[in-house]
Design a protein around this ligand. Structure first.
Ligand SMILES: [Zn+2]
Ligand SMILES: [Zn+2]
Length: 356
């Protein structure tokens, strides 16, 4: 009797799931993935929230292939916390077809973001050939005044709006990462605040040193033009992102954190950032339980697999897994191979850096 009633209950639940509308229209609710979000597990550190952001995104309002609200849906579903819409000012192949000024793509994306509680940042891309190259102005209030002949004037107009200026893809399109005098002057004057050490599918090792030596924010972004899933695919390939160490979950807080240069570039399992930030992230990701004087259980609670080397020994801490390890001496120095602090420089830690 009991079995029968459980069966009937199950049937009624199933029929409810398949008949959410009425007898004429059956909706297969399980097929709806639009309200399902993947979670990226990267822990908060040192009292800051670790926000997953993409500060370089195009739409049909410049040379992208998709409508702005799709950008929000993609990023929300993939577990990000914020995106910036950064359509080119100077290159808009669809401008005869589409209505709206230089702020339109942001406005459309912002409306979509507000509907899901997702943060959308107002940005734009100032686009010139090298030596200046491309620069994103983030946290602007109006892109229209930036539409001027002289790119240095455009930067000034953005700065007047309180913008954060990011130097985009320094190694593109000529496969040379060159720090030209114009960049040196802008950096010296505090008019470039961050640099893309990673863009789309390529990174520029020399820029790790620029960030380190000039105190620029380390950034990794997609610069996506097509669909995220078309370019990066599904499965375990994860889009590049900038991890921002923000005081709270808000656009203002992201802005404050970027100007304070609290960011880490995260791309294809690699991290680039300041030694102190990378060390704090590693410490927050790794939990150690001592079993006896020789062995410990090490749990990596993050989605980032860490690879560390000490002498001839390679230690791999797989994402979201626990491994049994022989405890090395407290002062043994490890080089964390996938944590870049400079060009050819890696994060170094000792066992005594961890809370055991
Ligand atoms: Zn560009
Ligand atoms: Zn771009």
């Amino acid at each position: 009797m009991k079995k029968v009633s459980v069966f009937l209950m199950l049937c009624s639940v199933l029929s409810l799931q398949a008949q959410l509308r009425n007898n004429d229209v059956y909706e297969v609710t399980e097929m709806d993935n639009s309200r399902v979000r993947s979670e990226i597990h990267i822990p908060d550190i040192d009292g800051y929230k670790t926000l997953k952001c993409d500060f370089h995104i195009h739409t049909v309002f410049s040379d992208g292939k998709v409508w702005p609200d799709i950008r929000v849906a993609e990023a929300w579903q993939e577990g990000l916390d914020a995106i910036a819409i950064t359509d080119h000012i100077e290159y808009r192949p669809n401008k005869e077809t589409l209505k709206g000024d230089l702020n339109e793509s942001y406005k459309i994306a912002k409306r979509a973001g507000d509907a899901t509680g997702f943060m959308v940042i107002h940005g734009t891309e100032i686009t010139r050939s090298k030596p200046l190259g491309h620069l994103n102005a983030l946290f602007i209030s109006d892109a229209m005044p930036l539409d001027v002949e002289d790119p240095l004037e455009a930067i000034e107009k953005a700065l007047q709006q309180g913008a954060f200026i990011m130097w985009n893809h320094p190694g593109w399109p000529d496969d040379k990462s060159t720090l030209y005098p114009v960049h040196e002057e802008l950096i010296k004057a505090g008019k470039i605040h961050g640099v893309e050490v990673f863009n789309y599918m390529e990174y520029y090792p020399v820029t790790f040193d620029w960030s380190k030596n000039n105190n620029l924010a380390f950034m990794a972004n997609t610069d996506i033009h097509g669909l995220i899933n078309t370019d990066y695919g599904a499965g375990n390939k994860i889009r590049p992102m900038t991890l921002v160490l923000a005081k709270e979950r808000s656009v203002e807080s992201i802005k404050e954190a970027l100007f304070a240069k609290r960011s880490i570039a995260y791309f294809h399992g690699e991290l680039a950032g300041k030694q102190e930030h990378l060390k704090a992230l590693l410490k927050a990701s790794v939990k150690i339980r001592i079993i006896n004087e020789k062995r410990a259980e090490v749990t990596n609670i993050s989605d980032i697999t860490y690879r560390a080397v000490s002498g001839n020994n390679l230690y791999i801490l797989p994402a979201n897994k626990t491994v049994l390890l022989t405890i090395p001496g407290p002062e043994t120095v490890f080089t964390v191979e996938n944590c870049h602090t400079g060009n050819g420089e890696k994060l170094t830690v000792t066992v005594s850096d961890f809370d055991i």
